[in-house]
Design a protein around this ligand. Sequence first.
Ligand SMILES: Cc1cc2nc3c(=O)[nH]c(=O)nc-3n(C[C@H](O)[C@H](O)[C@H](O)COP(=O)(O)O)c2cc1C
Length: 356
Amino acid sequence: MKHVIFGESHGPAIGVVLTEVPSGIPVDEAFLAAEMARRAPGTGDLTTARREPDRVEILSGVFEGKTTGTPLCMVIRNTDQHSGDYEALRELARPGHADLTGFVRYGGFGDFRGGGHFSGRLTAPLVAAGALARMILRERGVEVRAHISSVGDIDDDAMDMAEPDMDGLRACAAMELPVLSEAAGERMRALILRCREEGDSVGGTVECAVTGLPIGLGDPDLDRNAETLFARQLLAVPAVKALEFGAGFRFARMRGSEANDPWRSSGGTVRTETNHNGGILGGITTGMPVVFRVAVKPTPSIALPQRTVRMGTGEETEITVSGRHDPCIVPRAVPVIEAAAALAALDLLEGGRSRG
Ligand SMILES: Cc1cc2nc3c(=O)[nH]c(=O)nc-3n(C[C@H](O)[C@H](O)[C@H](O)COP(=O)(O)O)c2cc1C
């Protein structure tokens, strides 16, 4: 399944067009709405005050409740834009945001309001696409679940990579801060609120498990490599700046005797005792859960004064960003990461066709 996301933060609508959708998949609209609600802003004191229901309208590709297989278009109307917040920033490049790179890339013709196409709001259609992918994956016994693994220097309980607690992860999906440890969640909340008071923002990590993928999917080839398929979806998510599978960067400090996952055989199936490799060897799934972590950077738009330049002239100046921004993107990034991982998992099951 391929997808193209379209729209701008302050335009009439945003959305996604999916092609190569398997036909005959029952579309679970209640599940779709629930996934959208997990990402939507304005549900608690930790998020932006922008209030939008993020209701998805399906314009094509679904007939009598099932996918037709032809292009499926989903649209979400923008209803709560405050474009005035951005007029004062029109020429100023927000440090850490894509204002200046987008300005150069598109010759200054981009819609600057609310970050235009680079707004975090454009992750709403990604969640809609991911929800559709999850409906297909569900029928194939594949599940994707994530939690916040850290905010600033506060860690949640780590996932057991060989046997992730899927019940615990399902339970935390409904929480404003989806964490396994309540105590860690409280400390994260306090830190996020402190950052908001200080006009600052904070980053973190999201840890995700994909269960139910059989052994033998993927390829060492660049285009169909299981690691590459996940990386291309995950690194395209705004604010995601790093990705590690399994033990990831910790491998660099390990001995082989510790890092290797011993193979075991029981009841006719082969599995590994540990899962430091995060369910992938040689670009091919091992049959263990695919486990990865992504780093999400602090929200670039902050109220503190920062040095910048005027776009077009390069004149140095100062910027303080007003408007409505989350002091921490990480909680809302969790369903977005799950959506990106679901699209990757589906791509993997389909043999890596999404690249065209
Ligand atoms: C769910 C989500 C919400 C976001 N909200 C904001 C926001 O309110 N303000 C902001 O400056 N950036 C926000 N971002 C991040 C920017 O969109 C992103 O940093 C920017 O497009 C630059 O891309 P890069 O960080 O991937 O390089 C958000 C990202 C996500 C995933």
